[in-house]
Design a protein around this ligand. Structure first.
Ligand code: ADP
Length: 467
């Protein structure tokens, strides 16, 4: 259900898509950043560790070549060169007694952190990051053996590394904010463009709802999916327009078909009422009213039958139907009328052919086809009814040598209430072939009519053969 105007922006697909894209982009970028950040931090730490190991080796060389005095000078030199809060150095013996050390006042307890002193369980080099209370920074330290019973522990501040990483983080956040904005904006525009197609469809639907049934969606350059939606929507509208036109046509036809008999009934009643005196005349009127009502009832029932069959709600009995008997029986009914009309009615039926279906309805199809053949075949003509067994189907054909159907009428003869130009002087409602087609289709069969003007007509019905 569409939301109220106030909530439209929040419910908007464009906004959701923009937020979703920005969210996915943010997560992907954060993951990449974390990976790069860890790589950078590890590289910086490795570089610091390499420096500490090199420094420790230099100390060992200096001790070997110049003894403790040379070491003391080196410690003093290093402190001078780097600053007492940048680096600390301690040379001590196995009891922990300092033999040479820089000014440790800035470093507090950091140089004496477990692992960096003479109490460390192993003589192997130990690398460690320690916290410096004084300024809250960290330092990377090494404790290593210079010579038997002689140790060095030294540490370099990590302040520079921390500052570098902090700069990296803040620059990343700035870049991320800009990229997020651009991404959300881009997604918004893409969604807006895509949605403009959907909005065009909605707009057209609204116009149709307001009564403009001829409205159509015109879209170009919106991408295949949206254009396909518009095309399908237009096709649906065309189909609805055809159906509406059909319904309108059928309503007009029904009104037209009902008006003549009702007018006749009313006219007869009026004349009888005004002029007649005798009971016989009233009886005659009643008889004609009953006759007209029967005709009307037949018309209404046929219309209902067609609607139910086409709508798939008709109750069709499925039972074996002997087509041979059905055709023979129906033709026998028509035989007297054919003789009266001077038409030769011949039946050509192969032995026992059956189908599954509703015998009464299939009989009605035959009656309609034979009725037409009789109606449109002049005296002296012939009608041939044949039944043939095909591999899967039963073919019933009603062929006449009548007046035929003009080519312009042929495409419409199955339409409800359609009457060809050849039928003007003949009785009928234009529902006979419509009902026949609806029944045959409901039985899963097929009906076709071929005709040549002035030569005759052939109606063929295929039904599934019952083995
Ligand atoms: P109708 O009540 O007019 O016969 P149908 O639905 O049975 O209505 O037939 C539709 C139209 O098809 C007829 O009006 C007629 O023009 C044409 N038609 C049907 N069958 C034949 C036929 N055997 N020969 C000539 N025209 C036919």
């Amino acid at each position: 259900m569409p939301s109220e105007p106030g909530h439209r922006l929040l419910d908007s697909f464009k906004l959701r898509l923009a937020l979703l894209s920005a969210g996915i982009f943010a997560i992907a970028t954060l993951l990449s950043f974390s990976y790069l950040y860890r790589g950078l931090a590890t590289a910086l730490e490795d570089r610091m560790d390499d420096s500490l190991r090199t420094e420790q080796k230099e100390f060992a060389d200096i001790y070997r070549s110049g003894g403790l005095d040379a070491l003391r000078k080196e410690v003093a030199f290093e402190q001078e060169a780097n600053g007492k809060d940048e680096v600390f150095m301690r040379v001590f013996d196995a009891k922990g007694v300092d033999l040479a050390s820089s000014d440790l006042s800035f470093w507090g307890a950091a140089p004496f952190t477990p692992g960096l002193t003479h109490e460390a369980p192993s003589d192997d080099p130990i690398l460690k990051t320690v916290h410096v209370e004084r300024d809250g920074s960290d330092a990377r330290c090494i404790r290593a053996l210079l010579a038997p019973g002689l140790y060095v522990s030294m540490g370099y501040t990590l302040r520079e590394n921390a500052a570098l990483l902090a700069r990296f983080r803040s620059q990343f956040m700035n870049v991320l904010a800009v990229m997020l904005g651009l991404c959300a904006l881009g997604a918004w525009f893409v969604a807006k463009r895509a949605m403009s197609g959907v909005e065009a469809v909605t707009h057209t639907a609204a116009q149709i709802a307001a009564g403009d049934l001829d409205s159509r969606v015109h879209l170009h350059g919106h991408g295949y999916e949206i254009e396909h939606l518009a095309e399908t929507f237009n096709k649906m509208l065309d189909r609805i327009a055809v159906l509406v036109a059909e319904i309108r046509q059928i309503s007009e036809n029904i009104a037209h078909e009902l008006r003549s008999p009702i007018t006749r009934i009313r006219g007869n009643a009026e004349v009888t009422l005004m002029s007649c005196k005798s009971l016989e005349e009233f009886q005659e009127l009643t008889g004609s009213v009953i006759e007209e009502c029967d005709g009307l009832l037949a018309l209404v029932n046929t219309m209902l039958d067609i609607s139910e069959l086409e709508g798939g709600v008709a109750k069709i009995i499925r039972e074996p139907v002997d087509i041979t008997d059905l055709v023979r029986g129906t033709c026998e009914l028509f035989q007297p009328a054919a003789e009266d009309a001077g038409i030769q009615l011949t039946v050509n039926v192969e032995s026992k052919v059956r189908t599954q279906g509703d015998g009464r309805m299939l009989g009605q199809v035959l009656v309609n086809l034979l009725d037409n053949a009789m109606k449109y075949t002049p005296r002296g003509g012939a009608i041939l009814v044949s039944v043939a067994r095909l591999p899967d189907d039963v073919l019933i054909a009603v062929k006449d040598t009548g007046i035929g159907i003009p080519p312009e009428d042929l495409p419409h003869i199955f339409d409800r209430f359609y009457r060809g130009s050849n039928s003007l002087s003949k009785p009928g409602t234009g529902l006979g072939l419509g009902l026949a087609k609806a029944v045959v289709n409901a039985h899963g069969g097929r009906i076709e009519v071929t005709s040549t003007a002035d030569q005759g007509t052939r109606c063929s019905v295929w039904l599934r053969a019952d083995s």
